[in-house]
Each structure stands twice: as C-alpha cells, then as structure tokens.
Write a protein that binds this ligand. Structure first.
Ligand SMILES: [Zn+2]
Length: 340
C-alpha cells in the first residue's frame, strides 16, 4: 500500500515534468552532451527545508536566488512530525533537501533518504551530520545513549549555526555555480551577524550569577548551547519517548530543584506546561513558559521572525529570570541579511 503510493507520487512528478512546468535544468537528466558550467538555470533552485531555524539560515544564504519549500510547520513538534503525501511530492520535485539529520526530523528524514535514493538528481544535505562527528554527539536526559540517537538540537549553539550557513553556501555554489558570488557574499554578511550573536550570548551569560547558570527545561534542547556558553543543563522533564513524565520523575525533579536552588525553570511553546507549573510551584521557583528551540518569534512579516530573533528572544526569557541582563544584544539586529 505504502509502496504503491510512493510509486504513484513519482509518476505524478514525472508527468508534471513532461507537461512543461519549469525545471531546474542543470539537474535534469539526459543532458550528457552539455557541460555543467555552460548551463544557465531557467528557474530557481528548489530547496526543501525542515524546521524554521534551518529554513531561515538557508534563506539568509540562498536569498532570492532559490525557492524554499519548508515542510515542518512552525510550532509543530519536529520529533514526532508525520508527513502528508503532498510533502513527498514536494521533496521529489526539489533539487535539494536540507535538514538537520541526527534523527531530528524523524519520518521526514526517512522519506528524504528514500526519495533521494530513487531520484539521482536530488541532493540531500544533512547539516547536523556534517557539522559534528560521532565523538561530539551528546546523549542526555531525553536522548539517552541506549536509544542510539544523539541530541539533535545543534543550532542553539551559534558556532554550529555558522557551520550550517557555510555548509549551505558550499552546497548552493556546487549546484548553482552561476550565483556563486551572490551566495558567498550573503554567507559572509550573515556569518558576521551570527558571530555578533555568539559574542552577545557569551557576554550575557557572564552577567548571570555563577551559581544560577543552570538550566532545567521541559524539552531537552539546550545540550550543545550549555557547554558553549558556560551553563549546565541539570535536567530535562520530557521522557525519551516524548510522552508525559511519570509521577516519580516529577517528584525527583522537585527534589532536585530544591537542592540545587535554581531561580527559574523553563517550558517550551510546543509542549504542554502543566507539569512544569506543578514542578515550579512545589519546587518554589519561577516557571518561565516559553523557551523556543524552533518556533520563530512574531509573525512572518516581523523583522525579528528569524533564527537570530529567536535566539535573542530566548536569551531575554532565559537570562533575565536567572539574574543576568541582555545589554550585549543592543547592537545585534535580528533582521535577515541576504542581498537582492
Ligand atoms: Zn526539539
């Protein structure tokens, strides 16, 4: 049943190709007599992306020269996201799929790999897999070693987001060399903004009293952030199966909060916060509702509806309740930086 559905999806995309909808020529088959360099794409490179921070990083490098097709809607749970058939068609029609990998995207990663294996013109770039090596993988509360998949939230460490931007630049230049200068200068401009963001976070964390530089969150997404900026993740509430924590887990966390004396604990927009409310109340600490690991702030038209905007918003929500300040972000403009 599933196989039949997949074959018919490919059939649909082939028919679409024949009926003359624009295709990205340099990736089309049967062009063996033409060298890659001599081909000018008639349309923009079609790039499928997954979560919103990755979509925004890709946008800042590819700018107006690529067409981005995001698959995972903002505010949905990327870890348990299930694709619909039209998502598979979008992937098969794309030239390039850019995801985090490391099993962040679950079913999307699986379908992306299957689609790529059947379609030799399609390229797949897994940013996370290409940013860190296996010995840099982190396993922790919700991503225990026994389950085999490392914590996949690399982009909350801005040094890794810089690598994401550079990997995207290299892949776009490889696939669309005519726009190499455009992608390069976009990446330069964006990476210099990311470096300012990285320094801003380092400075801001230093304003938190040392004994408060601890994170207890609902969703376990700060594993790579913490060591970069001098914080410690003391726990995450969400179990490895993304279900609800047991009453024993909750009791243990309340004890832990009482003994380590953190001033605040943090929830996530995507997950229910009832449990965190209880832990906060019984542990007698401030419960901050929203830290976001993938939903961007505001509306799509807002200037801070960007990866950088999300990080600044998160730092406001994290650093101030822990006793620090965010003055170091005064000169970090969250707006997109890609050129026309
Ligand atoms: Zn997550």
């Amino acid at each position: 049943m599933k196989m039949a559905a997949q074959y018919s999806l490919i059939a649909i995309s082939i028919i679409v190709g024949i009926t003359g909808l624009p295709q990205f020529i340099s990736s089309a088959p049967n062009l063996t007599n033409t060298t890659k360099e001599s081909i000018t794409p008639l349309t923009k490179l079609k790039v499928v992306t997954s979560v919103a921070p990755i979509t925004n990083i890709v946008k800042n490098v590819g700018g107006d020269k690529i067409e981005i097709i995001p698959i995972i809607p903002e505010g949905s749970d990327s870890h348990t996201f299930e694709m619909v058939p039209s998502d598979a068609i979008k992937m098969n029609d794309a030239n390039l799929i850019i995801i985090d990998g490391l099993n962040l995207e679950g079913s999307m990663e699986k379908v992306a790999t299957e689609t790529k294996n059947k379609n030799p013109n399609l390229k797949l770039l897994k940013l996370g897999d290409n940013t860190i090596t296996k010995d840099q993988w982190l396993f922790d509360f919700s991503f225990p070693k026994e389950k085999g998949d490392p914590n996949p939230h690399l982009w909350l460490n801005v040094a890794y987001a810089i690598k994401f931007a550079n990997l995207t630049r290299d892949k776009l230049i490889e696939m669309d060399p005519n726009n190499a200068n455009y992608y390069s200068s976009n990446a330069d401009r964006y990476v210099s903004l990311l470096k300012r963001l990285d320094q801003g976070i380092t400075q801001a964390v230093k304003t938190i009293p040392e004994q408060n530089r601890k994170l207890l969150t609902y969703h376990d997404s700060w594993a790579y952030f913490a060591p970069r900026y001098g914080m410690v993740v003391i726990g995450a509430v969400q179990p490895a199966d993304f279900g609800e924590p047991s009453p024993q887990d909750i009791a243990r966390l309340i004890d832990q909060i009482r003994s380590v004396k953190v001033p605040a604990i943090f929830g996530s927009e995507v997950y229910p916060n009832k449990v965190m409310d209880q832990i906060g109340r019984e542990g007698k600490v401030t419960f901050v509702q929203t830290l976001s690991d993938d939903a961007l702030p505001g509306q799509p038209t807002d200037t801070n509806h960007t990866y950088v905007g999300m990080m600044i918003e998160d730092m406001k929500n994290m650093i101030i309740p822990l006793g620090g300040n965010i003055d170091s972000f005064k000169d970090v403009n969250p707006q997109n930086t890609y050129g026309k």
